[in-house]
Design a protein around this ligand. Structure first.
Ligand code: SF4
Ligand code: SF4
Length: 446
């Protein structure tokens, strides 16, 4: 079973797939965004010139749907100011200057044991640890994980799906994580299962990663706490890693158009998030570091890094050998769903799994031409909406019409733009429309 629509872009994963994850040295300066998640924006809890320690909460909000932010390093607050944000344009950040020395060594991941016992932790302890650690969906959604793993007897979760697809071209950090931190990921999955008292677990991995499928199959058979988890090889097709698409492929269930997976009893979590959950619950570590792929034909030496949140994109690009002479576009994220950035000081957030740099070979500059009504964008859309009608409405400032065409259901996968022979940036128009609606409702800064 698989979902309708979707596309098959060249995946270019060979550029970084064999590059093991390297932990980066502590940068001199970090910009910790106060908005890195869906929900209430954090307020700073520190002032300029304050001393901070690694793991200290530096921003928080009272709302249930939010996630605190922490300092990844020992250092001093240099400023609290507007910085370039990968999604919001500019947003407030706490800028920290790290101490030249006296930095704690970030605990090496994958120090989990096969006899790990998730029942040692109660569901409340797991929820509290995840909330305090500021964990959000690291696959890109940024929804606070504590909210997702809080058991609700009125609406129980019956199936847990672990999203290990990594369907975006170029990105390989989750793939490396699966090979290198297998036990830690499984420990995180077992903790989610314990928090929700749900034993139906499916780990969905695209079939273009046969070694990851084999590693997980072997692990769930041999590791006692992972026995009974199902490893499912799903078809390689973009956007297989979309929540709705993966639920359709694995459970053959549909999430209602304006609904979310828990409405049909399903929780979906990404593999990096599972690893962060294990680290938070067992080691009491907040989410301050994350795996990130820096790839594309526009960087000299693509690779995978374990980097502190707040590190500038430009510094990560330097670690990957720097830009090539023909680099033309830097994207925070992958080429399908990421956001182009013009400022290389834009910091990594908890949801940034990749920095992709494209060259004219990947990104031929073509001029938009009029729609020829071929319907390819409609056929490619995995959520069965009409991209051309929505884009047309946004272009003409008719946001009410765009809403009537279910603009909010768009998952911003980019399939419509990718398939359009007229080179209309359909996804761009739809993203703009959604931002304009959110700003009108004051859900996003202007
Ligand atoms: S309309 Fe949205 S969900 Fe549909 S193909 Fe375009 S970007 Fe993807
Ligand atoms: S794919 Fe492009 S040209 Fe074809 S209907 Fe959609 S917008 Fe028009």
């Amino acid at each position: 079973m698989t979902f309708k629509g979707g596309v098959h872009p060249p995946d270019r994963k060979e550029l970084s797939a064999q590059r093991a994850i390297q932990t980066v040295a502590v940068p001199k300066q970090l910009s910790i965004m106060l908005s890195q998640h869906i929900g209430a924006i954090c307020k700073p809890l520190v002032n300029k010139k304050d001393t901070v320690t690694a793991g200290q909460v530096i921003g928080n909000a009272d709302a249930f749907v939010s996630a605190p932010v922490h300092s990844p390093v020992n250092g001093t607050v240099k400023d609290i100011a507007l910085c370039s944000h990968p999604v919001l344009g500019r947003a407030e950040a706490i800028i920290i200057e790290s101490n030249a020395d006296n930095q704690p060594k970030h605990p090496c991941p994958n120090n989990f044991d096969v006899d790990f016992d998730p029942t040692y932790y109660s569901p409340d302890q797991i929820f509290e640890a995840v909330r305090k650690a500021g964990i959000v969906g690291m696959g890109g959604a940024g929804f606070p994980t504590s909210v997702k793993i809080k058991a609700n007897p009125q609406s129980p979760i019956t199936d847990i799906i672990i999203n290990a697809c990594e369907c975006e071209p170029f990105i390989t950090c989750d793939y490396r994580l699966m090979l290198e931190w297998t036990i830690q990921i499984l420990a995180g999955i077992a903790l989610i299962s314990r928090a929700l008292n749900c034993k139906n677990i499916y780990i969905g991995i695209e079939d273009n990663k046969p070694d990851a499928v084999a590693t997980f199959k072997k692990a769930v058979e041999s590791i006692p706490f992972a026995n009974g988890m199902n490893v499912v090889a799903v078809k390689t097709k973009y956007p297989q890693g979309g929540e709705r698409q993966l639920i359709k492929s694995i459970l053959n269930k549909d999430v209602p158009t304006s609904g979310i997976p828990p409405m049909i009893g399903v929780l979906v979590s990404n593999v990096a998030t599972c690893a962060a959950i294990a680290e938070a619950v067992v080691l009491n570590n907040p989410l301050t570091y994350r795996p990130v792929t820096v790839s594309g034909r526009g960087v000299k030496n693509p690779g995978n890094f374990y980097a502190p949140v707040g590190m500038a994109a430009g510094e990560l690009i330097e670690l990957a050998g720097g830009l090539t002479e023909d680099a033309v576009k830097v994207i925070m994220g992958g080429p399908m769903m990421g956001f182009a950035i013009a400022d290389l000081s834009t910091p990594l957030t908890k949801t940034s799994g990749a920095i992709t740099v494209l060259t004219p070979k990947d990104f031929p500059k073509r001029k938009e031409t009029p729609c020829i009504r071929c319907g390819r964008c409609v056929a490619a859309c995995p959520v069965n909406i009409n991209p051309t009608k929505i884009a047309h409405a946004v272009k003409n400032n008719m946001l009410d019409v765009a809403k009537q065409y279910y603009m909010s259901a768009c998952i911003e996968c980019g399939c419509c733009s990718y398939s359009c022979p007229a080179d209309i940036e359909l996804t761009g128009y739809i993203k703009t429309g959604k931002i304009l609606v959110a700003r009108a409702k004051k859900l996003m800064p202007a």
